[in-house]
Design a binder for this molecule. Sequence first.
Ligand SMILES: *Cc1c(COP(=O)(O)O)cnc(C)c1O
Length: 427
Amino acid sequence: METNKSKIFYKQAIKLMPGGVNSPVRAFKAVGGSPIFIKKAKGSRIYDVDGNAYIDYVLSWGPMILGHSHPSVVNALKTAIENGTSFGAPTPLEIELARMIIKAYPSIEKVRMVNSGTEATMSAIRAARGFTKRDKIIKFEGCYHGHADGLLVKAGSGAATFGVPDSPGVPKSYAKNTLTLPLNNIKAFKGLIQKEWKSIACVIIEPVVGNIGCVLPIPGFLEALRKETEKYGIVLIFDEVMTGFRVSYGGAQAYYGIKPDMTCLGKVIGGGLPVGAYGGKREIMSMVAPEGPVYQAGTLSGNPLAMTAGIETLKILSRKGTYEKLEKTMQHLEEGLKDAAKKAGAKTKFYRAGTMFCTYFTDTEVVDYKTAKTSDTEKFSRFFMGMLNQGINFAPSQFEAGFISIAHTDKDIDKTIKAFFEVLSKI
Ligand SMILES: *Cc1c(COP(=O)(O)O)cnc(C)c1O
């Protein structure tokens, strides 16, 4: 596989941007080598500047659930762009997307659009603090909720990949208001809540943790969070930026049947454009300006192009049979990967919720950050490079989830399984 042009671009990029990228994990630092530069993408495939094609399981880190450049989304955007790209005033499009979100998430009574997942979690926490008049928050080790100060404490995603879960630049005075707990440990959670509840505004969690691979909630864990937070007047926030419209149309909350007080969304609801949203109970959302005193604003929030891409995406997702099709493709992939790993004699653990998944290079059951860390990341790096060479694009880190789209065909999956077996047999 020739990647000369990518290498030339990378040399230019590292002089101009930190690490040559605008988001850390893209740099391939965790797996060695230099990143491929992308020219275009269509359906299940991305194409690099050297003309190589890859079956894509990154999907822009989740949003492209319809596959890349879906014709309906592209056409809707073409029409929208002719009408102007930003007004800084309300539009009917915002109502349409808000309605779709509220219909899909009964726990959301009112919603505010923002421009990223980071903004969504940051603003949801501010609203929860304003509502409860308490300062502290609880988060879980390895969960990534964007890069706001105070959330970069024991964080996942790139922070976990590069071993800097606690970022310099976050003042101690911020970090001290973030209490962290291990995932899936009901006893530790109850203990902390009983001791500290008077100062705790909210508990924030990825209900399926996608930022250290794919860690599922053990039975009873989310239920315990719901029960205890309710008891002590603490706001329960589900960060469904990744799981929303991904694990199921109604997200992880529909999948597991738990109703949080607030929900953060992003990724899929922007259909590949920059969007986030946070919403929840009416009395909490009524705290947000201009209805209430908690300030939060955005020049480009509710952007007409972003709303259009989101609406088109959700329209297609809400068609009958879409998630059944996704599930069938995913089952095919799951069975194939598990089978191939067994045949290759590889020590791996596979997990998934809906169409987010991860293969860990460990034989330890992964239930939290500590057990995720038992993975052999050097083996993962060899695996990643091997797959890339065969034209399969997985995330360049053990601690990221994989995704499929409605554009992934059985042929794509078969090719992936075959490559998976060959690569695992060699590394
Ligand atoms: C991606 C992600 C975020 C951050 O969203 P950005 O749009 O990258 O700011 C927050 N929470 C979770 C669970 C995510 O997966």
